[in-house]
Design a protein around this ligand. Structure first.
Ligand SMILES: *[C@@H]1O[C@H](CO)[C@@H](O)[C@H](O)[C@H]1NC(C)=O
Length: 213
């Protein structure tokens, strides 16, 4: 048996350690490999704040982007770092660092959400969300449907992961998961359906670096 003084000493020591190191105790609350605001800012450098947004009501900060993008990766089970980098870079590029969630140039009605997907995909995407069923039944235009998706950041930021996991072939995903440029090019050309440009590639390169793919 330890003498009372020793117990008191041990208890004091324990309390000193726990109160002196709050970081070591809060650390396990952060999931390993979780996305950070720093990573998001490295990919979308102008997303620190939404001061003077170019389009009213459309801007999101890196901090918001981290929260809702992380949520989407959980929901659609996008665990590959290479796939995460591809989706984030697509969203950051398409939304101009999260400043837009509607197509403005030229302004296709109904085209939007953070990956700027076309109206046909927004229709499929909205139909895949059970919680939107009643509201979707009442919308009468592609623009109104987009507004429904943009209204809730979970849906607004969820489309990139939804698109990857439901619209890309197994073959594209397998190649993309390798993390090399050829796989990413295939994702852009064969699944997203557009072509690689220097600027798109710069976003992807920043994402790959930031996530440590
Ligand atoms: C957004 O959608 C999510 C998922 O359906 C839901 O949990 C959340 O409550 C919604 N947020 C708002 C503000 O309606």
């Amino acid at each position: 048996m330890l003498p009372t003084t020793s117990i008191t000493l041990l208890l004091t020591l324990f309390l000193t350690i726990t109160s002196a190191s709050p970081i070591s105790f809060s650390f396990p609350l952060v999931a390993r490999g979780a996305l950070t605001e720093t990573q998001m800012l490295a990919i979308a450098p102008t997303s620190k704040n939404c001061d003077n947004p170019p389009a009213k009501g459309e801007c999101a900060t890196a901090k918001q982007a981290v929260k809702f993008t992380t949520q989407s990766f959980d929901k659609y089970a996008v665990t590959s770092k290479a796939e995460q980098a591809a989706v984030i870079s697509l969203m950051a590029f398409e939304s101009d660092d999260f400043k837009y969630n509607k197509n403005h140039f030229p302004g296709v009605p109904g085209q939007g959400t953070r990956n700027m997907q076309s109206p046909a995909y927004n229709k499929k995407y909205a139909a895949s969300i059970p919680a939107l069923k009643d509201k979707v039944a009442k919308v009468s235009s592609p623009a109104a449907l987009l507004d429904l998706l943009r209204e809730n950041e979970t849906y607004d930021f969820g489309s990139g992961a939804w698109f990857l996991t439901t619209q890309c072939s197994k073959d594209v995903r397998a190649k993309l998961q390798k993390g090399d440029e050829a796989g990413w090019q295939m994702y852009i050309s064969d699944c997203v359906g557009t072509s690689v440009t220097d600027e798109r590639k710069e976003y992807w390169e920043r994402a790959v670096k930031a996530l440590g793919v």
